[in-house]
Design a protein around this ligand. Structure first.
Ligand code: HEC
Ligand code: HEC
Ligand code: HEC
Ligand code: HEC
Ligand code: HEC
Ligand code: HEC
Ligand code: HEC
Ligand code: HEC
Length: 421
């Protein structure tokens, strides 16, 4: 199935490969600069829209139906953030969804609590959706959960900003809903189910629910690694679809090739963009796909689901084992495996006491380089140790001084040279 096929790629190369993206990011940057220098009315030329593949919403049944036969998966999923991404606005009581304090004044907030229809997010930040002239739009301020403050939210770093600069016409359906809900029809402007539900990852399940077989439902575990990864990448890979009207992979469904619907951004060496730092590590949230595709583990054929359970887990960020305790990494990187590193005891490799945070794999190999609502919230997924040498040459944060912020880069580099010759 390749309904919009080559018209979508237009020779740009696909998800995993370098080719065009440098040119692409560059042109976006030029547009943004050009735009900010000219008047508000100067809108860059829109790109031609392809013929969008339409999904058949009548083939979706919703998570409650799946629960009839798969109660266990439903129960854990229901507790995960995938099931709480977009929620109705409830300001008080035990079902409260609004985290922001609307009594705190802010120059950025041009809306009131009563205007809010939907609440998006809860872990790092919350954004708010309401109606303007009959269309659902995203309001221009967000609440930082960590800092408990209002922040401006204009989307200025996003590629789509020049095409949708006025928040009063910043449509939830065009720019957001496809990644926060299930069975979204871009043209009709509606969804089957709020949130990232079963059929976001398994495809529509009406036929399967009526007569359950393995053949009539998508199981990512039975797809090729690439097609299986595509399921997660359809939302966790920063990029853009063809055209300038929408900002999500319109028409994509699990099992299809994402590259027919979506073009992932690639980092460029030495260049800082909204998405990446100069060394290609994460500069913001939602680049897990882009950064992971560069990693040794991706090249070894591993995928997101070796570490994450799409149905939720009792650990932070739905990891299958605990990240901070090292249990997750040690399941494949124990002292006696060929995956490295070579060491007899943990401290031989980390040079910190075993119980120190400085001995946690994720602190050195998944440094928090990415900004979410505030700096240093999102973990880098290239899994590389970022050396203080990179700070010297490129100015990027490194894995040592993020913790040892009171010490110099030279200090850290000295130990790195000694410990890891
Ligand atoms: C009427 C009961 C029923 C309902 C409703 C149902 N399933 Fe299933 N499901 C089954 C059975 C039975 C199997 C095992 C089929 C087999 O092994 O041949 C299965 C298997 C699966 C599999 C594994 C397929 C594989 O390749 O191993 C997935 C994934 C799945 N279901 C997802 C869903 C989703 C998503 C929904 C809701 C859209 C759903 N199911 C609704 C009964 C149901
Ligand atoms: C974020 C994506 C995601 C969501 C949401 C999701 N699943 Fe899955 N599901 C997966 C993946 C990935 C696999 C394959 C797991 C693996 O790699 O073994 C899977 C596997 C399954 C299987 C087959 C398990 C087996 O033993 O083979 C069933 C059944 C299933 N899911 C049901 C559900 C139901 C029901 C829901 C909703 C309550 C749901 N899933 C929501 C990603 C998801
Ligand atoms: C291509 C898919 C995609 C699009 C389009 C998208 N998002 Fe998201 N969004 C995500 C993913 C994936 C995450 C989780 C990222 C992470 O944790 O790094 C996320 C996270 C968020 C969060 C933070 C959630 C939390 O719990 O802190 C907010 C708020 C949010 N998005 C709002 C929006 C708004 C508003 C739009 C439209 C202007 C939008 N998103 C468009 C995929 C998307
Ligand atoms: C339809 C879009 C979509 C798909 C498909 C999707 N995600 Fe997500 N994912 C999101 C959004 C949006 C969030 C942010 C949820 C929030 O903060 O409320 C998120 C959050 C997460 C988180 C962080 C959860 C937490 O507790 O902070 C992990 C981990 C994750 N996704 C992994 C995956 C994996 C692995 C897959 C594939 C099996 C996948 N996702 C598929 C949209 C998606
Ligand atoms: C499912 C098994 C598995 C898990 C879980 C796993 N890894 Fe890996 N890892 C591998 C394999 C396989 C390789 C590739 C080894 C090779 O090709 O030499 C690898 C490679 C690496 C590399 C690159 C090594 C090099 O040669 O440059 C790093 C760094 C790494 N992993 C860190 C981690 C961290 C940190 C965690 C925990 C968050 C983790 N891994 C979890 C299997 C795993
Ligand atoms: C204090 C920081 C630090 C911690 C903590 C740490 N590492 Fe490393 N790791 C490094 C450095 C530095 C290197 C070598 C430099 C490089 O990767 O280029 C390295 C290399 C590796 C490699 C590649 C090994 C090779 O032979 O090439 C793997 C795999 C790895 N680490 C896994 C882990 C795992 C698993 C953990 C947790 C048990 C862990 N690391 C904890 C700093 C750390
Ligand atoms: C080798 C293991 C591993 C792989 C592979 C992996 N992750 Fe992660 N991921 C982690 C760990 C560990 C965390 C942090 C957990 C914690 O904070 O305790 C994390 C955190 C996240 C988060 C939370 C946001 C953040 O930035 O901290 C999201 C979303 C996420 N991963 C998505 C993905 C997606 C999508 C893929 C595939 C493209 C992927 N991960 C591949 C181990 C992995
Ligand atoms: C997650 C936080 C964290 C990271 C990352 C980290 N450390 Fe540490 N480091 C600590 C803590 C906490 C101590 C205190 C002693 C202990 O617990 O081992 C420490 C102690 C030290 C010490 C000995 C005490 C001193 O101040 O002279 C040195 C040297 C050191 N770290 C260097 C490094 C270098 C080099 C790196 C990068 C390879 C690094 N650390 C990465 C947390 C960290």
């Amino acid at each position: 199935m390749n309904p919009i096929g080559s018209s979508v790629n237009r020779g740009r190369g696909n998800l995993g490969r370098p080719a065009i993206s440098s040119l692409f990011i560059h042109s976006v940057a030029v547009i943004v600069i050009a735009f900010s220098l000219t008047s508000q009315s100067a809108v860059p030329p829109a790109e031609p829209e392809p013929v969008w593949r339409k999904i058949d919403q009548s083939q979706y049944v919703g998570a409650i139906k799946c629960a009839e036969c798969h109660q266990g998966y439903f129960d854990t999923w229901k507790e995960s953030l995938h099931a709480k991404m977009i929620q109705p606005a409830i300001a008080t009581g035990t079902n409260r969804t609004i985290l922001a304090d609307f009594t705190v004044p802010s120059e950025h907030r041009q809306f009131e609590l009563k205007d809010v229809k939907w609440v998006i997010g809860s872990r790092w930040k919350q954004r708010y959706v309401g109606e303007v002239d009959g269309e659902e739009v995203v309001f221009p301020a967000q609440w930082s959960v960590a800092k408990k403050i209002w922040q401006s939210y204009r989307g200025k770093g996003d590629w789509w900003y020049p095409h949708h600069p006025d928040w009063k016409t910043r449509s939830n359906f065009k720019l957001c809903a496809g990644c926060h809900s299930t069975g979204v029809d871009a043209v009709a402007g509606n969804w089957v189910e709020l949130n990232i539900a079963c059929e976001s990852c398994h495809g529509p399940g009406k036929a399967h629910s009526a007569n359950a077989t393995k053949a009539n439902i998508v199981n990512p575990a039975r797809l090729s690694v690439e097609r299986s990864m595509d399921v997660c990448l359809s939302c966790h890979l920063s990029g853009k679809p063809p055209g300038t009207k929408y900002a999500w992979p319109v028409g994509y469904q699990p099992g299809l090739a994402l590259s027919d619907f979506w073009h992932g951004f690639k980092a460029e060496k030495g260049k800082k963009t909204a998405e990446f730092l100069e060394n290609g590590t994460a500069n913001k949230n939602r680049v897990q796909g882009n950064t992971f595709l560069r990693s040794v583990m991706a090249h070894a054929g591993l995928q997101c689901t070796v570490c994450h359970d799409g149905h939720g887990s009792r650990h932070q960020s739905m990891t299958i084992k605990s990240g901070p305790s090292n249990a997750l990494c040690l399941s494949c990187h124990g002292p006696r495996t060929s995956n490295g590193p070579k060491y007899a005891t943990l401290s031989d490799h980390t040079h910190h006491a075993p119980e120190s945070t400085g001995s946690q794999c994720i602190e050195c190999h998944m440094a928090k380089t990415g900004k979410n609502s505030v700096a240093a919230e999102a973990r880098n997924h290239t899994f590389e140790f970022i050396s203080p040498a990179a700070t010297k040459s490129l100015g990027v944060p490194n894995s040592c001084n993020i913790c040892h912020s009171d010490k110099t880069t030279e200090w850290a580099l000295g130990y790195v040279k000694k410990w890891y010759p």
